[in-house]
Write a protein that binds this ligand. Sequence first.
Ligand SMILES: [Zn+2]
Ligand SMILES: [Zn+2]
Ligand SMILES: [Zn+2]
Length: 469
Amino acid sequence: MLDRAARLRQLTEVDQDVIGLAQGPQFARWLEQITASGGCAHPVHLTGATTVRDSYSGEILHHYDTTGEPGERLLVRCRNRRATVCAPCSRLHAGDTFHLVRAGLVGGKAVPADVRQHPRLFVTLTAPGFGPVHRITAETERCRPRRDAGHCEHGRSTGCTTHHTSTDPRVGQPLCPDCYDYSGHVLWHAHTGELWARFARSVRRALASAAGIAQTRFPDHARLSFAKVAEYQRRAAIHVHAVVRLDGPAGPHDPPPPWATADALTAAVRTAARVVLVHIPYSPATGEHALRWGTQLDARPLRSFNDGDGLADDAVAAYVAKYVTKGAADTAAGTDYRLTSVDDIETAPVSPHLRSLMRACWRLGGLPEFEPLRLRAWAHTLGYRGHILTKSRAYSTTYATLRAERADHERTAAGADLPDDPGAVTHANWRYIGSGHTRGAALIAAGVAEDLARNREIAHEEISRWAVD
Ligand SMILES: [Zn+2]
Ligand SMILES: [Zn+2]
Ligand SMILES: [Zn+2]
């Protein structure tokens, strides 16, 4: 018979690691930490202490430090929103996004349920064309059928008679990369924040003029709130999906004025999307550019209580949440990491089209006239500098509030159950000492995350069943 050491040597490195962990004297406590972090794939390791004293007597009310913890450390969530980086934390983030968007649509989380009666639209603003790209087509349809198809100056056909399925790597790639306006594409990305700001102003202006009130008086009559997400299309240009809501001047608690209807809001959105323009002054490298939204625009009213038309609130919130957790790998969004050199661009695992966009960022980013756009720092997102989700202040709750709600649970789970006493003074001293898992620990954490996800699904099914009954 093999002795224990010999048997262990026959196991893979991961198995040995798992066994080593499971036989450790503090395995149960370690597993508690993994569970408390939701099975996070890249937890942050902290060391330190928190002491709570009575502010009057100085008596210690509570003390927690990591000296007694496995490895003298506490593991906390990485909180990454991308499923490709950390699936459990991205699920958590998706949940937060869902609640944040949903609260702005139907109320909850300190937003009154009356917002459901306010005019609300789901709007999609697109990017303009920068050159023809291959597209997904129905089986009977062709990509770019053109009776007069000729050749561009680079000798490439200006039409395409292929039927592309969604898995075809040519989808989203330009018919001619040399004709494609890469400078225009990345400059447009770099200005989407400005385009959105002008769009929002223009919506207010159009509403004011339709209602016959002075533009400067708009804030006295109504308030425009929104939450928006950026989504990369196959051609690697972003679309903006936004929930736009019209409240009374004080925000969600205030009913909108009688003229503020969904129709008025829709008309204002359509006008604004058409007229907004950002002019880029002449540069020897790019010429002049006039940036606008694409002509494709979708603006649909959201369904309120008793009427069957439009989109359902929950579906929209779920839809928005889905985009926020997509990483660069599931979208055409570049890379999940920053690019710091031309070599990084040449070796990035991306399509030729994305590489050309990254090169355009690098090239333009080196020119003094485009310095404020920081195109090199944002080459990995193809020039887009915004967050994936942004919202106006009055829209609904914040990620911070949702996290604070959850922090109570996490503190309890981590054994640091702090009293909430106004007469108490908390002294905390924490230090970052590392992150991530060993391969064995990663395997266990993934199992824990799977269990938690399954439990949530079961709980969700139970709730749905109750709701149906
Ligand atoms: Zn994580
Ligand atoms: Zn094609
Ligand atoms: Zn060409």
